[in-house]
Design a protein around this ligand. Structure first.
Ligand code: 5RP
Length: 243
């Protein structure tokens, strides 16, 4: 998922790295408590941040996944648990899709619960994406939802009921697997991926899904990102601020 800084880069890697570098330059200041996102774009950010830490930048990080915590520690960044800090100044994280209102689908890496908790504990959350992630309407990327293992088939039936009434184009539900087994999140839950094609009303869908007791969290991040940094394949990036 994450290429080392020295590996040959794909054009998409170049764009992701450009977004990460821009976000660090623009938003990170000495003394900050930082939420560290998950996924390949965030891992570029962690590695670039670590270069700055080795150069004397004083920051602490709170990771949005066990994988990011491990990488950040390996790279020499001081990593604390969320409960060891009294709030965060900034979270930098990637996205699977982001629309012009900065509404996002996240959770492609199955880290959506910790990502939403960390982003919500932060004064600001900035999304770092390559151009392929920007969309007019959310939903082409399957929407992950994190569900409790107990009674998950019953939860799935309730999700089907919600989708039957929702303003969406597709209604498939698949349990995410890893190496042949159901994937377990860092919190020990399952992920269901909802193939919706188009989400006409993300706020309504979020409300309906969150009413189901076995649904712990959804990958719809609404009203959370303050801005997005879009990396381009030529290695440049631009900032789009929220409405
Ligand atoms: C992980 C996420 C990631 O931010 C999202 O999947 C984007 O990943 P990448 O930067 O590898 O494209 O939400 O749960």
């Amino acid at each position: 998922m994450t290429a080392p800084l020295t590996a040959p880069m794909t054009r998409q890697d170049t764009a992701k790295r450009a977004a990460a570098a821009f976000a660090l330059d623009r938003f990170v200041e000495p003394g900050m408590r930082l939420g560290l996102g998950s996924g390949s774009t965030s891992h570029w950010m962690v590695r670039l941040l670590a270069e700055r830490v080795r150069g004397g930048l004083d920051v602490v990080g709170v990771a949005t996944s066990a994988g990011t915590a491990e990488l950040a520690r390996e790279e020499g960044i001081r990593v604390l648990e969320l409960d060891e800090v009294d709030g965060l100044d900034l979270t930098l994280d990637g996205a699977d899709e982001i629309d012009p209102e900065l509404r996002m689908i996240k959770g492609g890496g199955a880290c959506l619960l910790w990502e939403k908790i960390v982003a919500s504990a932060s004064e600001r959350m900035i999304a770092m994406v390559d151009e392929s992630k920007t969309v007019a309407t959310l939903g082409a990327f399957p929407l992950p939802i994190e569900v409790i293992r107990f009674g998950w088939r019953s939860t799935r039936r309730l999700v089907e009921t919600v989708l039957a009434e929702a303003d969406v184009d597709g209604r498939t539900i698949s349990q995410r697997h890893l190496a042949g087994d159901p994937l377990l999140t860092d919190s020990g839950h399952y992920i269901l991926d909802l193939g919706l094609g188009r989400i006409g009303d993300p706020e309504a869908l979020e409300r309906q899904l969150r009413r189901i007791p076995g649904v712990v969290e959804t990958g719809l991040f609404l009203g959370i990102a303050r801005a997005m940094v879009i990396g381009r394949e030529d290695g440049t990036a631009r900032l789009v601020e929220g409405p």
